[in-house]
Design a protein around this ligand. Sequence first.
Ligand code: RRO
Length: 320
Amino acid sequence: MGATAGVDLTTEICGIELAHPVLNGSGTFDAIAARRAFGDEIIARFPFSAFVSKTITPEPRAGNPPPRLYETPSGMINSIGLPNKGLEGFLSEDLPALAGLPVPLCVSVMATSADGFRRLVDGVGARDEVAAIELNVSCPNVESGLIVGEQPSEVERLMEAIRPLTAKPVIVKLTPNVADPAPIALAAQDAGADAVSLINTVRALALDPVTQEPWLGGGGGGLSGPAIRALALDQVRRVAAAVSIPIIGMGGIESGADALGFLAAGASAVAVGTATFREPMAAERIRSELALARAPATASGRDSRPEKAPDGTTALWTSS
Ligand code: RRO
């Protein structure tokens, strides 16, 4: 029997039962393309406990001009620009395929107006295949200038506009591009959000070394990967101190130890994104490492079980 047999990683978020706490970050794993490439093996070995779709918008979008990705020390800048088929295309073409995944489906939505968000929540919320909706109020790659998620009052107004439209859990995806994300998380909670997820990418710029012009086709972009992990961890901890709704924590998670850190900082679940680009089954490995860390000392060979410290915080690696 393996060292992790019998280790219970089951997790519940907003009433949704998950086999373990490792999800994907929106837009970082194309489940439809993966199934086309790897067949049913990817279904049998699906690495995430819930699947969060790439963000969709009311109308189709082509996305930003190339190049769209830039590698940085310990990270990556993306300027993808929300390419998607729009609400109708998603519902008719992608949703049936995503509904065949063996885990609950969360659809990520984004619009540039409250009316657009209403359309999306109405359309997606009416579908039984959808377990939850993520409101992306934090994409760094939109041209409108105003990012709803940077203002608590805007987040509150938006949540109040869409809350009556669906009984499904609504998760608000927060931006790290503010001095303090806690007031924004609180505004989301007060207006009826069921959970928050954080962080989205950190606004960033790469320059062409010859021309000194922006290297990415869209101009700037969003930084992700281990480069932002410490920042993400701090923001998760700040938000956890402010809200009582569950938190899905993400930002440069690459190992079970990283995931444990986010859980200790107050997240109920974690998401893996950039690591998946280099290692498509990274989430499976991270889940195994998490299980090993939670396995009894005698089975894992070392005592790495998280324990409650006397002050109620979780100690990551405890000595026996
Ligand atoms: O598509 C994107 O460019 C994108 C999105 Br929607 C997002 O939420 N975060 C990000 O870094 N890129």
